[in-house]
Every structure is written in structure tokens, then in C-alpha cells.
Design a protein around this ligand. Structure first.
Ligand SMILES: [Zn+2]
Ligand SMILES: [Zn+2]
Length: 311
């Protein structure tokens, strides 16, 4: 009888703990952030035919898209990627000479979980090596992730083709090692600056195929399937049609530069859903931190709760 009472008390204690703690639990164990450099929203989700992102559009029934997602900071590559990874709009130099002033998700992940190779940065642009470090003294040269950026892989040598970045991403994912991965594909931006409209649109299509291939790998790999959140976004858009040189350049406050995409597939997010609420670049880091149990001590953004399934 005494044992029965004890079990009953234990059971009641468990129930009340669960009721009071209100801690959310997630299926997500791994996160991949794909940053496609510089396509304009009017050529991605803003185009009603979705002609250049047919694969993403087809995947919408698996995912969630935010239709008013913005870069509200500096609309260049390094500041844009920094906002995504640190949750802070940080007007750092765009040439790779300046580190973010606050640590990124990558450093936070290595600090929290202790294994450098679990956090991975793979970028076509060498100058994005800065995302693995910060000038903040407490984190400077600490908690460094695995890094593969640019021609020489170490943040030097210039930009490399996205095909190399793509193959390296697939190899890393096949290894099953990365838990948090940040990727930069550069070519929509590159061909935009070259004023080659056909190559610019083809680059958007090619990176769309990369998204589909990466998602397919995730869903066929036992270490990633049904426990991985995939986020697709941009560092910046490009000038609105009719403003300055249009799709060729970017960097100001125009709608084309600010309005970017946010598409995500996650076991913890809604499916087949378009969200019209305003969210912005600095909201990605706190949302990923929420999924992975990290604390973004320095981030200014907010968790994008509207993306989440109710618990
Ligand atoms: Zn650019
Ligand atoms: Zn602009």
C-alpha cells in the first residue's frame, strides 16, 4: 500500500512539473541555413509564375514562407550574412577585412556543444570567413567552427564557383557530421553585377536546384531525416526595376534591396503556409537558437513563433 502511495505521489509530481515548466521540445537536432546571394524577391517568391524557383515552389507544401521578410540593415553581402548569423545589424566592412562585433550562431554552437566540426561554414565567397569569428574580446579566436570559404578554402584566394561549394556541402552532409551548417551560394549576385540578365536568372534557377538536392539528401540520410530544419534566405536583394541600374547593383534602402526571401522546411514548423507578418534578417539567429537550445546573448532579433507548429 505504501508503495502505491509513493508511486502516486511521484506521478503527481511529474504531472505538475510538466504543467509548470512549460519548456518546449523540438524534433529539430540539426539546422542548415542556405544563403543565396542577392536574388531579388521579384525573381523568387514575388514572381507569381515562380519560373526561377520551381523546386522551392514545389516544396512549399512541405514548408513555410514569409512573404514580408526584410534586410533592415546594410544591404551588402558581409553585413547581410552577419545579421543572419549573429542576430545583430552590424555595419561591418563588405570586403572581409572586419569581423562581426558579436559572435555568430556557429561560435555559440561550438561553445555549447564543444565539437568544432559540428558547426560548419561553407561559402563561395572567401570574404565570408569572417562569420566564424568576432572581434568581441571574450569570443575572439574562440570556439572556431569548421570553415571552407573561397578558392583556397581558408578565406583566401577569391571567389569560387558555386558548383564547388555545392559538392563540398553534399560531401559534408553525406559524412553526417555537421549539426549546424551555414552556406553561401554567390552566383545570382555575381551575374547580376555583370549585367547579364540571362545568367542572373539561370543562377537563381541553379541555386533552386541545389536547394532541392540538399533537401532530398536530408530526407534520405538517417542522421538528418525528419530532424533537420532547412532555412533558405538571402543576404540582400537588388535595386527595384526602374531605380538606378535595377538588378545590376544593390546596397541602398530601396524595396528591391530590402525585401528578401525566407523559406523553411522543419519538423517543427508549419507546412504549406505563407505568413504575411513582418519578420527580418536578425530574427533568424534567435529562431535557430530556440530550436537548438542555444542562448543568443547578443542578438537583437525575435523568435519567429508564427512559423512554429503549436505545442
Ligand atoms: Zn553584390
Ligand atoms: Zn536598392
Amino acid at each position: 500500500m505504501f508503495r502505491v502511495y509513493l508511486s502516486l505521489i511521484f506521478l503527481l509530481a511529474l504531472v505538475s512539473c510538466k504543467h509548470e515548466s512549460n519548456v518546449r521540445t523540438y524534433k529539430t537536432r540539426r539546422v542548415i541555413i542556405l544563403v543565396i546571394d542577392g536574388p531579388r524577391y521579384s525573381e523568387t517568391w514575388g514572381d507569381s509564375s515562380h519560373a526561377f524557383i520551381p523546386m522551392r515552389y514545389g516544396l512549399l507544401n512541405e514548408g513555410v514562407m514569409v512573404s514580408n521578410f526584410r534586410n533592415n540593415g546594410v544591404t551588402f553581402t558581409n553585413p547581410g550574412h552577419t545579421a543572419i548569423c549573429t542576430g545583430v545589424y552590424d555595419a561591418i566592412a563588405n570586403n572581409g577585412s572586419e569581423l562581426p562585433h558579436f559572435p555568430s550562431l556557429l561560435q555559440m554552437y561550438v561553445e555549447r556543444y564543444g565539437y568544432p566540426s559540428y558547426a560548419t561554414l561553407i561559402a563561395s565567397k572567401d570574404k565570408l570567413h569572417i562569420l566564424s569569428n568576432t572581434s568581441l574580446p571574450a569570443y575572439y579566436n574562440q570556439f572556431q567552427c569548421y570553415k571552407d570559404c573561397g578558392v583556397n578554402g581558408n578565406g583566401t584566394g577569391g571567389y569560387r564557383a558555386d558548383t564547388i561549394t555545392y559538392l563540398n556541402v553534399m560531401a559534408q552532409l553525406n559524412s553526417g557530421v555537421p549539426r549546424l551548417m551555414v552556406v553561401n551560394f554567390k552566383e545570382p549576385d555575381t551575374y547580376g553585377h555583370l549585367a547579364d540578365s540571362l545568367a542572373y536568372l539561370n543562377a537563381i534557377k541553379r541555386t533552386d536546384q541545389y536547394v532541392a538536392d540538399i533537401y532530398q539528401l536530408i530526407q534520405t540520410h538517417p542522421d538528418y531525416k525528419d530532424q533537420t530544419t532547412l532555412i533558405v534566405t538571402n543576404d540582400h536583394g537588388r535595386h527595384t526595376k526602374g531605380w538606378l541600374d535595377g538588378y545590376v547593383s544593390h546596397g541602398d534602402n530601396c524595396e528591391g534591396c530590402r525585401h528578401i526571401e525566407l523559406f523553411a522546411i522543419s519538423p517543427d514548423f508549419k507546412k504549406n503556409t505563407v505568413i504575411n507578418k513582418n519578420y527580418e534578417q536578425i530574427d533568424i539567429a534567435p529562431t535557430v537558437a530556440e530550436l537548438l537550445g542555444l542562448r543568443m546573448k547578443y542578438g537583437h532579433g525575435k523568435v519567429m513563433w508564427d512559423l512554429f507548429l503549436p505545442q
